[in-house]
Design a protein around this ligand. Structure first.
Ligand SMILES: [Zn+2]
Length: 155
């Protein structure tokens, strides 16, 4: 059994201020039936996740990997470009234009995804779209498992 991570305010972990991903208290992802993006539930169940809670897991010892972008499912990956990238329907393209594609994203391994893709994107879909627009095929990601994040999921 894992010991509970020490989480201090403002992304300080064990006394060190860390905000490597630009996550803040409001960064969340949703496992749900979405009216635009379709079925992003976890086996039919709806959950929410505050990405900031994952910060203690995000370090170089924890599955920091170079992943092929076509192995990742992110909201919109299976849809037309009229609602992706600079036309992104979630942000009108602003987050795509302003993202820092050098920051690693966060992926979940070991859950069922649309089109059988191995990884589910928890954070970084605008960065993935940016990398694709540069013709880049791989990116850096933290890869977590459902076991690791289960305790942070809420309904
Ligand atoms: Zn967007």
């Amino acid at each position: 059994m894992k010991s509970k991570p020490i989480v201090l305010p403002m992304g300080a972990i064990n006394g060190t201020i860390l905000r490597p991903l630009g996550l803040d208290r409001g960064s969340r992802t949703h496992f749900e039936m979405d009216r635009i993006y379709g079925d992003w539930t976890l086996d039919g169940e709806t959950y929410h996740l505050n990405l900031f809670d994952l910060m203690p897991l995000l370090n170089d010892d924890n599955g920091f990997e170079y992943v092929k972008l076509t192995d990742i499912a992110w909201k919109g990956f299976d849809m037309g470009m009229s609602i992706r990238a600079e036309n992104c329907i979630c942000c009108n393209g602003d987050r795509f234009v302003n993202c820092d594609s050098t920051k690693p994203g966060i992926l979940l391994d070991g859950v069922k995804n649309l089109e059988g893709r191995r990884y589910r994107c928890l954070d970084g879909k605008h960065r993935i779209e940016a990398l694709l627009s540069y013709g880049i095929e791989y990116g850096n990601f933290y890869v977590l498992t459902l076991d690791q994040i289960k305790c942070y999921l809420y309904r």
